[in-house]
Ligand binder design. Structure first.
Ligand SMILES: C[S@@+](CC[C@H](N)C(=O)[O-])C[C@H]1O[C@@H](n2cnc3c(N)ncnc32)[C@H](O)[C@@H]1O
Ligand SMILES: Nc1nc2[nH]cc(C(=O)O)c2c(=O)[nH]1
Ligand code: SF4
Ligand SMILES: [Mg+2]
Length: 212
């Protein structure tokens, strides 16, 4: 059984697949406490569901892209059979993870979106840099940036670990904290090979909407 906070249909609001219709499975519980986390309601509670219950909840929507997120989805062991069952059911599966837990057991066909936590998150010491070895070309690495200090730290991490040589890198401002324009201009000034992104669902439905 898995603890599930919510299952919903929306557009993918982040990553290179932004704008595509997508189903979301938000698992309950997180081992981190990022200062700016927009999903604190997923830390506790949740409904117990089996893999079959989750497949049955997704099927009527007739959307083939699904993202498993949280909370931290890799905290629950049953996430592995869930990912495999979704792949076997013909879904394109994305996994959104905070980067503090090992990635080596994630099925190769799953598209991993891995955060590298910046100092402004308060969780920079939790990054597992050996995870960068597990990345495949279809995976993406996301830096959520609160200010200029985070930006310079991210720029340095890119260079130190050669992340932009391996996968698509996303630079995302902390919503309502760092203006998108500032981040964009810094990236252009420095000629970084990264994709600036914003959380599109918040521009559509507002930052406090849940289940979108
Ligand atoms: C809620 S987390 C769940 C998955 C996992 N715990 C993680 O951190 O990647 C989903 C994504 O939302 C991002 N996020 C959370 N709060 C945000 C905010 N206020 N502004 C921008 N991105 C945010 C996280 O950094 C992460 O990339
Ligand atoms: N629309 C929408 N797209 C998203 N992409 C990643 C999300 C997440 O919370 O992990 C998310 C989310 O919460 N909503
Ligand atoms: S790791 Fe993800 S869910 Fe957990 S506190 Fe950070 S942003 Fe929120
Ligand atoms: Mg979200």
């Amino acid at each position: 059984m898995l603890k599930v906070t919510e299952i919903f249909k929306s557009i993918q609001g982040e990553s290179t697949r932004t704008g595509l219709p997508c189903l979301f499975v938000r698992l309950t519980g997180c081992n981190l406490r990022c200062t700016w986390c927009d999903t604190e309601y997923a830390f506790y509670g949740g409904t117990a569901m089996s893999v079959e219950d989750i497949l049955n909840a997704l099927a009527p929507h007739k959307v083939s892209l699904v993202e498993i997120t949280g909370g931290e989805p890799l905290l629950q062991d049953a996430v592995y059979p869930l990912m495999q069952a979704l792949l076997d059911g013909g879904y394109t599966v994305m996994l959104e993870t905070g980067g503090s837990l090992p990635l080596d057991k994630v099925p190769a066909a799953v598209i991993k979106i891995v955060d590298v936590k910046c100092p402004g998150s308060g969780e920079v010491l939790q990054n597992r840099y050996d995870n960068l070895e597990c990345l495949q070309p279809h995976d993406e690495v996301k830096f959520v940036i609160a200010d200029r200090t985070d930006y310079e730290w991210s720029r340095n991490a890119l260079q130190q670990y050669g992340i932009d040589k391996k996968v698509q890198v996303l630079f995302s401002p902390v919503y309502d904290k760092l203006p998108l324009k500032d981040l964009t201009e810094w990236v252009l000034e420095d000629g970084l090979l990264v994709r600036v992104q914003t959380q599109l669902h918040k521009w559509i439905w507002g930052e406090d909407a849940i289940g979108v």
